[in-house]
Ligand binder design. Structure first.
Ligand SMILES: *[C@@H]1O[C@H](CO)[C@@H](O)[C@H](O)[C@H]1NC(C)=O
Ligand SMILES: *[C@@H]1O[C@H](CO)[C@@H](O)[C@H](O)[C@H]1NC(C)=O
Ligand SMILES: *[C@@H]1O[C@H](CO)[C@@H](O)[C@H](O)[C@H]1NC(C)=O
Length: 431
């Protein structure tokens, strides 16, 4: 309705000017009368002044109408419940190659839960030049932005690593795509997903709420939506969806990093195996990630590069949270290092030390937490195997570990698998 009024006004001004022009310019005058010509000239000057005055008046009116219109539009936004109109922009980078149905599945869920296109632009980066996949992405129209990795040249792979060529291609793609995000699009932060992830309903809410924490704490370098020990029998599915932790193990699989971190990692980005490279002490430099108790992503399987057995035994079984947690309404400052470490160490110390036999027997009181202690790598492997926890290490760090401690939930018990009190850091020779 406002638009109509503005248009009517504009038309009115134009008609008004035309009428005045016709009236004055075509007014019959006696030729060769210099006096009359002077009069006409004066009248035209006067008219010009008047028109200028009126034009200012109408412009002022138009400006007022525009302000009213804008105000109304923003009020309508609130009424629709579309909050999130103001605040940081958190772009999602979706890494894709040649799997059109996987891309569709990933995008459908991201779009289903995305609260705002402006706040969470989705950029799909496609490598591999696969036409059906490109067409699948294009079919989403302006809901997503497609960028295409231009370097489709054969990649140089050492002879011994021929069968790992996929890892080299992925690394090259990541480097190009992240440079686009931070240098071309000039975003401050990015949430990275691959084309094999389902996301939880509060996926965007989770990253929105943890973003200020990531910015505020230099000892954090990522937020991940993934729990490596997120099988249903190892997490508190019912009551733990709001629980978040720090971890020394980089989880990946739906994760957020800042432009500052890319400035640091981008120039030395490796030619392959980027995730294990990120986990090396030279890169990690003692920094931690935030991870949830209950995963906000689940992988639905990779063809090609990833190990099929690992997928069947572990990745496939991770429980995807289906309860929406309003993270932005929670006070998450407890995740900042000083506060977290103090509370965390107190909680581990205060836990009652038990044996794996006690846990298995199922007679422990569920109202307190417990501590299982390991001293050697074999100790650790024995306990993790018997409980179904991940038992591998990267640069000596076990999955989900924080200060050597794996925190999990089993048969209604809160448990810390923890080293002894004389622990003095990860042993990189543990693998
Ligand atoms: C649920 O979790 C909260 C902490 O998030 C805890 O205080 C409460 O005791 C838990 N309730 C049950 C039934 O475990
Ligand atoms: C958030 O929690 C911390 C303690 O972890 C407290 O000091 C701070 O005042 C709380 N902030 C708000 C806004 O409640
Ligand atoms: C468990 O511990 C709580 C508090 O320590 C106590 O009140 C309760 O009786 C205990 N339950 C059992 C079954 O021992």
């Amino acid at each position: 309705m406002r638009k109509k009024q503005v248009l009517l006004l504009k038309v009115g001004v134009v008609v008004w000017i035309c009428i005045l022009c016709v009236l004055f310019i075509h007014k019959p005058t006696t030729p060769s009368s210099s006096q009359k010509s002077q009069d006409l000239s004066n009248q035209l000057d006067k008219l010009e002044d008047e028109l200028n005055g009126q034009s200012e008046f109408y412009n002022g009116l138009l400006d007022k109408l525009r302000i009213i219109q804008q105000h109304e539009e923003s009020n309508n936004g609130d009424a629709d419940g579309s909050l999130h109109q103001e605040g940081p922009v958190l772009p999602v980078l979706l890494i894709a190659c040649n799997r059109e149905s996987a891309v569709r599945r990933s995008l459908d869920l991201l779009l289903k839960y995305r609260p705002s296109q402006e706040r969470f632009p989705i950029i799909v980066s496609q490598d591999c030049g696969h036409r059906p996949t490109r067409e699948a992405i294009e079919s989403y129209g302006d809901k997503v932005t497609l960028i295409q990795q231009p370097d489709l040249s054969e990649i140089e792979v050492p002879l011994k690593e021929k069968k790992f060529k996929g890892y080299f291609l992925i690394s090259r793609h990541y480097k190009w795509a992240l440079n686009q995000i931070f240098q071309k699009f000039n975003y401050e932060v990015v949430i990275i997903v691959e084309d094999d992830l389902d996301v939880a309903p509060d996926f965007f809410e989770y990253f929105l709420a943890t973003y200020p924490i990531l910015r505020a704490d230099p000892t954090l370098w990522c937020v991940s939506a993934w729990n490596d020990n997120g099988k249903p029998e190892l997490v508190d599915v019912k009551n733990g969806t709001n629980l978040l932790y720090r971890t020394d193990f980089f989880p990946g699989l739906g994760w957020m990093m800042t432009k500052d971190l890319w400035k640091e990692l981008g120039p030395k980005w490796p030619r392959s195996y980027w995730d294990d490279w990120v986990r090396a002490p030279e890169q990690r430099a003692d920094r931690a990630c935030i991870r949830p108790e209950v995963s906000r992503t689940r992988t639905f399987g990779k063809k090609g590069v990833s190990n099929g057995l690992f997928y069947e035994k572990h990745l496939k079984q991770i429980h995807l949270s289906n309860i929406y947690t309003p993270f932005t309404k929670l006070n998450l400052t407890y995740l900042i290092k000083d506060q977290y470490d103090l509370a965390f160490q107190r909680s581990v110390q205060a836990s009652q030390v038990v044996s794996i036999g006690d846990v298995k027997a199922g007679r422990l009181n569920k109202s307190i937490s417990y501590r299982l202690i390991y001293h050697t790598k074999d100790n650790f492997k024995k306990i993790t195997k018997s409980l179904g926890l991940m038992d591998d290490f990267r640069a000596g760090v076990p999955r989900t570990g924080y200060k050597g401690v794996i925190t999990f939930f089993h048969r209604g018990l809160r448990l810390h698998l923890s080293p002894g009190n004389n622990w003095n850091g990860y042993n990189p020779s543990w693998s």
